[in-house]
Design a protein around this ligand. Structure first.
Ligand code: AMP
Ligand code: GLY
Length: 422
């Protein structure tokens, strides 16, 4: 079989490595992929947002199945375009991807169907929003409506910060049209849990839970990033909480999307906060999380391609989706300075023996050398019997990998260990 994966980061590398476990797979094209994936995929320099280019390539190569991993091509309708060309693809169509593409849509959906989330107001007028933040309870959370490369959320501790966030999104257009509307919402408190779930609109099958570490520096200090590391399973996600999430959030979301004629087929990502009033939705993503995928898929024991095809064909309930009881930890090795400015082009050395566990997020391959080429460079994952061992094994690998200017957090999983071990 010929597969194609749209995207080029660590998440895509993890998906590709898992897909390759199926012996029917002959080749996987990655569009655009990156220089660190070349042992696992044929990388082709077509951008993930070039929908026509992706479609033309898939048709030309007679690709059997496509996985669209990132948010922007999904929101742009990549799966719809491939379907028109008769090529089956994993991921929601444009109508369903709006659950991530518009925060106004997702908040209104939750309100309409009684799905627990932070209280909120929507604004399309900057003056009204500025008026509102004069009296809103602090801290307050200001969110751009549309996609903003993970930077569209500001937790404002003061009125000045809230005003600044409104002005930068609505007046200065920092996120372009994504800031035409904003959501201002209640600040929630509690541990965060990420749950990725396969769904075909009929069945909802959550994967093992995980915990992201979004801040750049140790002890959750510094700027928000795409994610500096993950662990799975998340100890805050107890069986009781899982059952509540299924009944109060996951199934109601699937049913709500069906009722809106926006059946969601793909991987639905629930960003949850376990508040004192129970689990609430912080955000939906219409795709696998990055770097959640780098700990979740290594624990998947069933065949990923079989599951994905079953999702596309609406027979998810017929295939096994099983996870190991082990624990996984992923430490992101980034370029110092990320998520602000950083230098690129440093040589990366990874001992051959550990390459199976290293997901390459931002690298190029030049003159026989692997070079850093992004903010997040590598995701170093270890799977062990328990979380403590997985964290240790991951950091042991990190210590043997080298590139100049490497930066990583030293406390990935520390909070989770405290919950587990007291
Ligand atoms: P997002 O970009 O939507 O993933 O949001 C980034 C982070 O902001 C989340 O992971 C939360 O830590 C935080 N956040 C978002 N919304 C809220 C909220 N209503 N209350 C508290 N924290 C929030
Ligand atoms: N790690 C968070 C995300 O993928 O959005």
């Amino acid at each position: 079989m010929k597969l194609l994966v749209v995207g080029g980061g660590g998440r895509e590398h993890a998906i590709i490595k898992k897909l390759k476990e199926n012996t029917a797979v002959d080749v996987i094209y990655a569009l655009p992929g990156n220089g660190g994936m070349m042992d696992d995929a044929v990388c082709v320099d077509i951008k993930a947002t070039d929908i026509e280019g992706i479609k033309a390539f898939a048709v030309e190569k007679q690709v059997d199945y496509v996985v669209v991993a990132p948010d922007d091509p999904l929101v742009l309708g990549c799966v719809d375009a491939l379907r028109e060309a008769g090529i089956p693809a994993f991921g929601p169509d444009k109508k369903a991807a709006i659950i991530e593409g518009s925060k106004v849509f997702s908040k209104n959906l939750m309100k309409k169907y009684g799905i627990p989330t932070a209280a909120y107001e929507v604004f399309d007028d900057a003056e009204k929003a500025l008026e509102y933040v004069k009296t809103a309870p602090l801290p307050t959370v200001v969110k751009a409506d549309g996609l903003a490369l993970g930077k569209g959320v500001v937790i404002a501790m003061t009125r000045e910060e809230a005003e600044e966030a409104v002005i930068s999104a609505m007046k200065d257009k920092k996120f372009g049209a994504s800031g035409d509307q904003i959501v201002i919402e209640e600040f929630l408190e509690g541990p965060e849990v990420s749950v990725l779930a396969f769904t075909d609109g009929k069945a909802m099958v959550p994967m093992v839970s995980s915990m992201d570490h979004k801040r750049a520096h140790d002890n959750d200090e510094g700027l928000n990033t795409g994610g500096m590391g993950t662990i799975a399973p998340n100890p805050y996600y107890t069986e009781d909480i899982a059952e509540r999430c299924m009944q109060e959030i996951f199934l109601p979301t699937m049913n709500a999307m069906n009722a809106e004629s926006r059946t969601f087929k793909g991987c639905l990502y629930f960003g949850l906060m376990i508040t004192k009033d129970g689990p609430k939705v912080i955000e939906y993503n219409c795709r696998f999380g990055d770097p959640e995928t780098q700990v979740v898929l290594p624990l998947l024991q069933s065949d990923l391609l079989t599951i994905m095809q079953a999702v596309t064909e609406e027979r998810l309930s017929e295939v096994p989706v099983e996870f190991s009881k082990d624990a996984a930890a992923c430490v992101i090795m980034a370029s110092d300075g990320y998520p602000a400015s950083y230098e690129k082009g440093f040589e990366i050395t990874i001992p051959d023996a550990m390459k199976a566990h290293v997901y390459v997020a931002g690298a190029s391959f030049k003159d026989g050398k692997l070079l850093t080429n992004g903010g997040r460079v590598l995701g170093v994952t270890a799977v062990e019997k328990d979380l403590r061992s997985a964290i240790k094994a991951s950091y042991d690998m990190v210590s043997e990998i080298h590139f100049d200017n490497a930066y990583y957090r030293h406390d990935i999983g520390a909070k989770a260990l405290k919950v587990l071990e007291g």
